[in-house]
Design a protein around this ligand. Structure first.
Ligand SMILES: *Cc1c(COP(=O)(O)O)cnc(C)c1O
Length: 375
């Protein structure tokens, strides 16, 4: 926790709330820029679209990966130039394509002939890039099946794009979010680089490789340092392209904002489902529907602190406050919490700056959405 966040929490703001340190966002952006100086950073807005985050990133010269016209608008409102925005969702409403094109956005993703036809019609002349499906092994929050196409079909689509009056600008992939292995990038680069060279040989004026996001944040477990990802990516790129490197883009979301945020929550109840059961259930005033959607399948394992840390602990299951059976954060993952923990205690959930505020439901059981404080 940063000193700014600690100071803010010392004032006991109402829970549940997210407190996010914008200076940490800046530090993360700079660390990534340092790890991969050859790449242009397109922040994936969905990770946390709050205006203070976007505004700080605009000031740092970041560019933006938007998934909807609403996200495009949020970037423009934060001061981003339309040329700094990539419309990176491969599934876009026609009205959103037209509105983004009208606003001056000229970079769009696709992974199907149907989407390419929509782009040719509603964003004529735009730069387009095709998303390739790659392995998501090693990712705690995979994205694989829903997006991307095969190398063979990407080749045909990129050739078609030029014939349709679009600019066949590049290729992209995403190795899955919270990707904990550098090998995932190496494998993906190898796969996509081959197609890149092949398309160049076929006369396509392809210039860009978009390496997506996925860079991990430290939750309970250690993850490799960001420099290790940078080195692995640059080694793979130079192995395949030598000195003729294409333009490189990255789309980090989680890495930029994840460890900048802390959630403060209140313990609503600590109880045992069965008398004598060593397992206690800890119910918090935030759960799956309060924004902790990435606990689905216990995929993302947040780190907790409590006022009784250091004292004796016992096994716990951790759940949210709603009347829904799915509102369990952790039941299989072995979590332990202090035996002294009791209702009314405040706990902190660390590295919760990414993918939380946007997942919060509106008023399930009447609970207000997560409060957000940017400091
Ligand atoms: C979600 C997403 C990202 C960001 O992924 P992280 O794992 O948060 O870095 C980047 N690009 C695309 C296309 C995405 O959908």
């Amino acid at each position: 926790m940063t000193p700014k966040i600690a100071r803010f929490l010392a004032q006991h703001p109402a829970t549940p709330c997210l407190v996010l340190d914008i200076d940490r966002v800046e530090a993360n952006f700079r660390a990534l820029m340092h790890a991969l100086p050859q790449a242009r950073i397109y922040y994936a807005v969905k990770a946390n679209p709050a205006a203070p985050v976007l505004e700080r990133l605009v000031g740092l010269g970041s560019q933006f990966d938007a998934a909807s016209f609403e996200e495009v608008s949020a970037c423009l409102a934060a001061g981003a130039a339309p040329e700094a925005i990539s419309f990176g969702n491969t599934i876009k409403k026609v009205s959103a394509i037209a509105a983004a094109h009208q606003a001056g956005v000229s970079l769009f993703a696709f992974d199907s002939i149907e989407e390419l036809e929509k782009l040719a019609r509603h964003a004529p002349g735009a730069r387009v890039y095709c998303r390739i499906r790659v392995e998501n092994e090693g990712a705690d929050w995979p994205l694989s099946r829903k997006f991307g196409t095969t190398v063979e079909s990407a080749r045909a689509l990129m050739l078609r794009a030029g014939e349709m009056g679009l600019d066949p600008y590049g290729l992209s992939f995403h190795v899955g979010s919270q990707q904990t292995t550098t090998a995932a990038y190496e494998l993906a680069v190898a796969r996509v680089a081959m197609l890149f060279t092949d398309l160049r040989d076929a006369g396509v004026n392809i210039r860009m490789m978009n390496l997506g996001g996925g860079f991990p944040v430290r939750y309970r477990d250690e993850v490799p340092e960001i420099d290790r990802f940078g080195d692995a990516i640059m080694d793979a790129m130079t192995a395949h392209f030598g000195n003729a490197l294409p333009e490189m883009l990255i789309e980090p979301g989680r890495f930029i904002v994840g460890d900048a945020g802390v959630i403060a929550a209140e313990v609503v109840l600590v109880s045992r489902r069965d008398a004598g059961d060593p397992l206690r259930w800890v119910y918090l005033d935030i759960g799956r529907f309060g924004g902790l959607a990435e606990t689905e399948g216990e995929a993302i394992k947040y780190r907790f602190t409590t006022p009784h840390d250091g004292g004796p602990t016992g096994p716990v299951a951790i759940a949210g406050p709603t009347c829904d059976g799915a509102d369990i954060l952790y039941e299989k993952t072995p979590y332990r919490m202090p035996l002294a923990l009791t209702s009314g205690d405040r706990v902190e959930l660390h590295a919760t700056g990414a993918y939380v505020t946007t997942y919060a439901s509106q008023r399930f059981n009447g609970f207000a959405p997560l409060a957000e404080h940017y400091v």
